[in-house]
Design a binder for this molecule. Sequence first.
Ligand code: RVP
Length: 484
Amino acid sequence: SEKLRVPEALTFDDVLLRPKESAIEPDEADTTTRVSKNVRLNIPVLSAAMDTVTESEMAIEMARHGGLGVLHRNMDIETMVAEIERIKQADELIIRDVVTADPEQTVREVDQMMNEAGVSGAPVVDDEDNVLGIISGTDIRPYLEVGESDEVREAMTDEVITAGEDVSPREALELMYEHKIERVPIVDEDNRLTGLMTMAGILQRREYDNAVRDHDGHLRAGAAVGPFEMDRAQAADDAGVDVLFIDCAHAHNANVIESAREIKAEVDADVVVGNIGTREAAEDVIDFADGVKVGIGPGSICTTRVVTGAGMPQITAIAQVADVADQHDVPVIADGGIRYSGDAIKAIAAGADAVMMGSYFAGTDEAPGRVITMNGKKYKQYRGMGSVGAMQSGGGDRYLKDEDEDEEFVPEGVEAATPYKGTLESELRQLVGGMQSGMGYVGAESIPVFKERAEFVRVSSAGQQESHPHDVVITDEAPNYSPD
Ligand code: RVP
């Protein structure tokens, strides 16, 4: 029958990269890429918009290491705005939320205040924010012994070194070294306090030399919005988000596309549309999308394919979408199903510019939620946004069109646990290192070259068995491999 003349679709385990002549050392492979038309990343990696994966803590750490975190939308709009602001202020050189002291406060009060705020010094200002002095732990200590009810005015250093708004980090550091101080209040022309620069802040920022930042020097941030959530999109955009991700399990839908188009017209941020998994879907969004996201059912916690019978194996899905996206110079993000660094680089070989991952990061310290212990092993919670638990706390419309409270959900995801992994930084090092080695095997010095040069070979199930460790008993855990 005609019906049964069906095309083949492949996924990660069906293919391997064909090794090619190479003069590329893995650590020379350049991993910079684009996630959307106007946003570049230093590593081709995004953390998933899921409530057990990405909140501000994850997003900050992702951006510091060159990738992008996409905030989930199981939070109200105000919370999301606060989260975006937290990311944007994270590595701010000039602290705007300055803890200040009053000259009439007692030394004891200020000591307590600074302890509570977790700072070790504070500018002393009058009612009009004029800087009168600066007080630090060192100034206070002698008073705590003999006169803790003395006023700050007595204890503070009144010859304050301040700087203007336009001071560069280098100039500020020079001032600090020269005067042996650790913080410089920033003032306007009338000597009124507008901010504070600290040595710790400047030095910390230097550590993240691979960070991705916007034009103002703030870390890049992504956020998910429902296809019909114009209010959330506008609020996130006003808060300075760089990339908005239309978050829909099946974006190839006329209403979703129309609404995504309206959102795109209203915001400054780039708009990535997803998820899709076919050539035709790509064609229908490619005229306005700044990026497209691919993945119908590959996610580790996803049951879409078994519940609905629909889906598209991920390597084929990526390749189909990339065929269209390449012609329009629109970046492609491969979302879901990546278990190993090898899968991630295969996704790029199939045509993606970057990969989004959930389970890979859900077990890190930076993911929301706490570590649980089962049978002596440590885990963190990881759940699908289409699971009963996640939908009950707000994510329902990703999988259902109308959110009727009384109706029983038909979940398309499960609630699970994933092994606890430690810091995101070390996970990223393994992930990106493995991807770079893949680029080395193909002889590609950059992602665009790799996409051109990479070829697949088809793997049989015998070949797949051969790929994994076999005929041995693993005695020590590798940092980048765990048997399924
Ligand atoms: P994985 O990296 O395989 O854990 O997959 C993560 C992706 O799975 C997410 O980015 C999202 O596209 C998809 N997802 C999230 N929730 C669900 C679900 O409940 N079905 N699927």
